[in-house]
Design a protein around this ligand. Sequence first.
Ligand code: NDP
Length: 269
Amino acid sequence: MNPASTQPRALHYYPPSDRLAAMSDVVLITGGGRGIGAATAVLLAERGYAVCLTYREQQAPAAVVAAQCMAHGVPVRSVRADVCREDDILRAFDAAAELGTLTALVNNAGIVAPQSRVEDVTVNRIRELFAVNVIGAFLCAREAVRGMSTRNGGTGGAIVNISSRAAVLGSPGEYVDYAASKGAIDTLTTGLAREVADEGIRVNAVRPGLIETDIHAAAGEPGRVRRLEGSVPLGRGGRAEEVAAAIAWLLSAEASYVTGAFLDVGGGR
Ligand code: NDP
């Protein structure tokens, strides 16, 4: 018998979480000023990532998040950048490059529109949803791949796209258009993961369920999570920090053999 096979498995096979990221890791998080993006920024800063976070217009909460990140001793950039605008995206990637070589992208910025049946949606509403949730995510993924791909002389990296359980459930009577935009994110994840798998880049998605953030108020129902939490097998809504933990794991070396995967963070719903 191989003597090694009789050895007990190390209890702590993986390095402690505060040392998961080498000090050289740099992450760009779109929509990092509030909600899931903000929780992700703070967690990754705690784990040693230099953080570039973007926001669309709310500078004050983004500044608070940036300060929380800096308290972990990492360099931080906070950039006003609308993911609907290609020049803004390029500026955000330039700001991230000031921190070092980009190794991670969290494609998080996203919006919903007020609840509506499909028969009532307007063309402007669908255009804006897809401009932010789909085109913005595609352009950010494009910029990340241009910099990270070993095919272009890069050193690789990891991308996490923030999809939604809505992509699977369809959000009938609420926002089927939003759900469809997240369906597009799932397809982006599958296709891009396979496209760049041999170029040093892993691409995965997290599908949050009902998470307590401001996004529900933006859709016209601040109490939406409480209304629906009875339909969640775990019996409650989720917290942004619980989604951030999944994102951080997918970015980390612990997920080194994971690409093209979808991690549902929806309490079973
Ligand atoms: P929030 O509304 O709490 O925060 C959204 C963030 O995205 C803000 O920082 C906002 O900037 C930014 N943002 C919005 N539009 C743009 C834009 N055009 N360009 C750049 N940044 C923008 O949202 P959540 O944290 O709840 O959502 C984050 C992601 O998670 C989204 O993709 C969402 O679809 C997804 N998700 C959320 C769920 C939930 O229940 N909360 C469930 C499933 C998925 P600013 O502060 O300036 O407005």
